[in-house]
Design a protein around this ligand. Structure first.
Ligand code: FE2
Ligand code: FE2
Length: 166
């Protein structure tokens, strides 16, 4: 997609990175990438679990906070409060599944999951993937085109600069 605003472009890239990661989540947890639950000597699994943990706790958390703090209120002001409320609500439902998923991933990395918990981990991971995937696609289709109109060049530079600086 072609965006005029750096903010939209960055969000689009982050959504694309999330969707790629979710593709890996789905292959791994459905066993299409190898056995699930992983064998004790499977070296790829802990690396992936750590990647997923960091994506949830750092990248996704930061991305959500940015949208909630700097973008959704602007949407509301511009008369698109319904969309802002919907996207906000989706953040809550994603966080609701992300939190127990994080807890189980940590426990799995520490080597302490029972058979039933591996099953729960799989259910949570696939639910997380479905919710976040559909949310990211909805934002690509609805939020980003609006931002292109909503943000003038100066606001875009300011917002993007602050976000990129972390
Ligand atoms: Fe979002
Ligand atoms: Fe987003």
């Amino acid at each position: 997609m072609d965006f005029q605003r750096q903010t939209s472009r960055r969000l689009y890239e982050e959504h694309a990175a999330s969707l790629l990661l979710l593709g890996r989540v789905e292959r791994l947890f459905t066993g299409r990438a190898g056995a699930y639950p992983p064998a004790a000597d499977d070296g790829d699994w802990p690396a992936f679990a750590r990647t997923l943990l960091s994506a949830i706790e750092v990248e996704v958390a930061r991305h959500f906070e940015f949208e909630e703090r700097d973008l959704f209120p602007r949407l509301e002001e511009a008369g698109d409060g319904d969309l802002a409320a919907l996207l906000n609500e989706e953040h809550s439902t994603i966080r609701a599944v992300a939190q127990p998923l994080v807890d189980l991933l940590r426990q799995a990395l520490a080597g302490g999951l029972q058979a039933q918990q591996w099953q729960t981990l799989k259910t949570l991971a696939l639910e997380f993937s479905e919710r976040l995937g559909s949310h990211a696609q909805k934002e690509d289709g609805a939020l980003l085109p609006l931002l292109e109109h909503l943000l003038d060049e100066d606001t875009d530079r300011e917002l993007f600069g602050a976000y990129a600086a972390g």
